[in-house]
Design a protein around this ligand. Structure first.
Ligand SMILES: [Zn+2]
Length: 252
């Protein structure tokens, strides 16, 4: 398919591009073959998909460009990159992340969710001006300041016996002077704060910093009502057995 590439804006052959990078699903293909996508759309709350949300968005060159940062973050979470990490009860502190690559990957996820027409990301709309600004930053590999769409990452602690990878349709969090976009993928909650927001210092501290520090919080499953509700609904609908089938780890 030929069209205008979302990143370089040239007319080229377009790839079937992922909105959330594929490696965040990969782990789950390996173990379970499937994962859960939970949409805010009441009629299609749960999707079992094999490949994740995709759209014809970028040319091959731009896919490669985005891939540099994706490869780094993939290695960071799932590979053998040496991470200098100290784990405490409720959070972990990483000291040696690559600010530029990590931050650009975060920004590119938010940006892709905004420019896609895929219904899964319909609540994310940053507006033309911010989209353009992000596009240029990604193209020029300019990660900006830590507080520019700073992202607070939380690992979800799943209850015993529940073995799944949750992806939810991102939603907007708006309260007092705060505006944020909440994503759940790969059993992590990623909350991007609008730069105009008033952000608590305790949250701001968790954003990746130019010296490579990131604070990753732990979040109990019970703190996420939309996920606990979802599991309850599955139980009530008698679908939990079906879920168990998909989430059961293969014996190795
Ligand atoms: Zn391109």
């Amino acid at each position: 398919m030929t069209g205008i590439c979302g990143l370089c804006k040239e007319e080229k052959k377009l790839c079937h591009s992922h909105i959330i990078p594929e490696f965040f699903y990969k782990n789950i293909y390996d173990h379970y073959g499937r994962f859960y996508e939970i949409s805010t759309d009441e009629d299609s709350r749960v999707n079992f998909e094999q490949k994740g949300a995709r759209e014809y968005l970028f040319c091959e060159d731009c896919e490669q460009h985005l891939n540099t940062n994706e490869t780094y973050v993939n290695q960071f979470f799932f590979g053998r990159t040496e991470i200098d990490m100290t784990i405490y009860d409720e959070y972990a502190v990483v000291e040696n992340a690559d600010y530029k690559k990590f931050k650009l990957l975060q920004l590119s996820i938010l940006w892709r969710a905004s420019i896609t027409s895929h219904s899964f990301f319909r609540d994310v709309d940053l507006g033309e001006e911010v989209e353009k600004q992000l596009r240029e930053m990604i193209l020029e590999e300019e990660p900006g300041d830590p507080s520019f769409f700073g992202c607070n990452i939380n690992m979800i602690k799943l209850p015993k016996g529940l073995d799944a990878n949750f992806f939810t349709s991102p939603d907007i969090f708006e309260k007092d002077d705060k505006l944020a976009y909440r994503f759940v993928f790969s059993n992590m909650v990623w909350i991007f704060f609008d730069p105009e927001s008033k952000i608590d210092e305790s949250i701001e501290q968790t954003f990746i910093k130019p010296d490579g520090q990131i604070i990753i919080n732990q979040m109990e499953f019970q703190q996420l009502p939309f996920l606990t509700e979802f599991v309850k609904e599955l139980k009530e609908a008698g679908k939990l057995e079906e879920v168990a089938k998909f989430t059961k780890k293969e014996e190795t």
